[in-house]
Design a binder for this molecule. Sequence first.
Ligand code: NDP
Length: 288
Amino acid sequence: MTLLDGKATSLAIQEELRLEVLERLKIGQDRPHLAAIIVGDDPASRAYVGHKIKACERVGFDSSLIELPLNIREDELIREVEALNNDVNVDGFIVQLPLPEHMNEQTILQAIHPDKDVDGFHPIHAGNLSLGLPSFIPATPAGIIELLERYDIQTSGKHAVIIGRSSIVGTPLALLLSRNASRGNCTVTLCHSRTQDLPSITRQADILIAAIGKPHFVTGDMIKPGAVVIDVGINRILDDSKKSGSRLTGDVDYQDAMQVASAITPVPGGVGPMTIAMLLKSTLQASA
Ligand code: NDP
């Protein structure tokens, strides 16, 4: 069984990016600059943004964090987004999700200028991706493709089953895996909460991707022997053996799955770190 080590792969990519930044500085170009807006003080969101800012430091990017109160109005947030759109020193920026309930997420995401939308959530990028045109690609599916690439996992002609159809993970991943490109050419089945007899479908998967948000949802008996399993889920569960009283776990029952799968991503240390590496890659692209 191969452990698909997203942490090590992410660090390797970050080292490549660091060297590229040095090359750019040598020829008089500026450091790429990633900005992040965070609204409220949700601990998980703060942790994710913190990892992104730290990664910027590691690769030599400039970064800025704009922290806004939970009760900020939608029009005020849009003004902050527009300020970043117009800031020539910022190459790309993200608005950390989820946003408070009084905000319309789509309104905010669509206010981000596509040239600076390094998360690739703007409809222009979603449209370009579906047409096979150049675009910023959402970092999590991009990270999964990159991981398959770096571990030389063959995808052409394989059956990929994705559980979860969100616009940030499952749907763009379905497009990427089915396109006529490297680490594409899969036959893709996209499953969701209305899918009937899910295990009979997942058992057909050569590549099984779980992006559901339910701890240990995918059990060993749902996996075809020899399948490649990609676990996107990040779930916090109680664990008395930890000082904090909790730990992170994926959507896949890892102990179960490793008896059956040929390769698997751990949680933490799998898809999560790859997401950060791909966000940095998009920022470098935005700064070119
Ligand atoms: P969403 O909540 O947006 O989507 C979950 C999807 O799972 C939906 O399509 C839903 O179906 C489907 N689903 C829910 N229950 C079932 C079920 N019983 N059977 C089949 N499908 C089901 O989640 P996200 O895509 O945003 O995130 C998924 C997970 O990935 C979360 O744990 C999240 O934390 C994690 N994540 C990790 C990232 C990383 O960097 N590693 C990045 C982004 C997310 P329906 O559409 O019918 O409701």
